[in-house]
Design a binder for this molecule. Sequence first.
Ligand code: HSE
Length: 356
Amino acid sequence: MAYVVFMIVVFIEVVWVWRIGLIGFGNVGQGFIRLLASKADFLENKFGFRFSVVAISDPVKGNAYDPGGLDLSEIVSHLDKYGDIKKMEVEKDFNSMDVVRNFDLDIVVEATPTNIESGEPGLSHIRGALDAGRHVVTSNKGPIALAYRELSDLARRRGVFLRFEGTVMSGTPVISMGMELLSLCELKGVYGILNGTTNYILTRMEEGLTYDDALREAQTLGYAEADPTMDVDAWDPAIKIVILANVLMDADLRIEDVERTGIRGISRDDVMAAVGRGKRIKLIAYSYMEDGRVYAGVGPKELDASEPIASVMGVTNAITFKTDVLGDITVVGPGAGRIETGYALLNDILYIHRHT
Ligand code: HSE
C-alpha cells in the first residue's frame, strides 16, 4: 500500500506593527504626526517599520482613541481645518494616564510642555509608561533634566528604551552623538548655542526688528516654549546644559546649579553696537569638568564675528564637544521647530525598531 504523504507547509508571515500612543498634541506632537503621515511608506519600504497610532491625548487640542488605529490623514485634515482634533468622531472619553497604563501600546510618545519645577505632568507619564513596560520617546526636557538617573534606571530594569533626542537641539543629533558615536571618548566639556528662540531674536534684531517683534515671530514659527520667558531668561538652555552634563558627563547637576543670564536686557542698539565693533552677541551655554567636578552656565557673550560659532544665525544652533581622542567636534543644525522636533521623536522610534 502506497502512502502519499502530503506535506502542507503553511507560511505565516508575522507582521509586527508598533502600537503608538501620543501624549501632548501642541506644536511638537503635531509636527510628529505630520512627519509620520508623510514618511509612512518610506518607513515601511526602507526599514520594514509598520505602525498604528492608537491614541492621542491633549487637554486643549482634543483626545482620540481607536484600538484599530487612527486615520492619520483624517487627523492632518482636521488640524488643517480646525487646528485641533475635537470634531473627530472617535472615542474621546479617556485621559493621559489611560495612554500611559491602560491601552494596549508598545511606545508612548511624551510631548507635553516642559515644566522645570516639578517636571509634571510629563514625569508621571514617563515614569508610569516605563513602569508598565512601554518604550518611551520624549521631547520633554523637564523630566530628563530633573530625573534622568531614576528614569534611565527604571527603563533598564524594565528592559525598555527611554530616548530623548528631541530635548536638545530638536532633530539635530546631539544626544545620540554624545551617547553613541562619541562614547569611546572622554568628554571634557561642551559649549554652544542651545536655544533657537533667542538666537532667532538676536539675529532678527541685527536685521532691524525690535525685541518684541522678533519674539512674536519666534512664537508664530513654533520655536518658543509655551511660556517664552523660559527662552529669553535662559531657563531653556540651562535645562539643556543640565541634560548634557548629567547624561554625557555623568554629573548630577540641578537647574539651580547653572549660572544663568538671559537676553531680556539686550536691545537692538546693543546688538547693532556689537556689530559695529566687528562682534556678535550670542547666548552661549557651557559645561566643563574641573578637578573632578562638573560646572555649567549660560549667558550672553560678545564673540568676534570671525569665530565660526558667531555666524550661526536664526533658529540654527551649534554645539561643540571637547573630547580627549578626537579633539573638538562641532554639530550645527536646527535648534527648534515643529517638524524638526517631530523628527527627533520619530528617529528615536526608528532606533527602537532597529534595536529590538
Ligand atoms: N524653545 C526651544 C528653543 C525649543 O527655542 O530652542 C527647542 O527646545
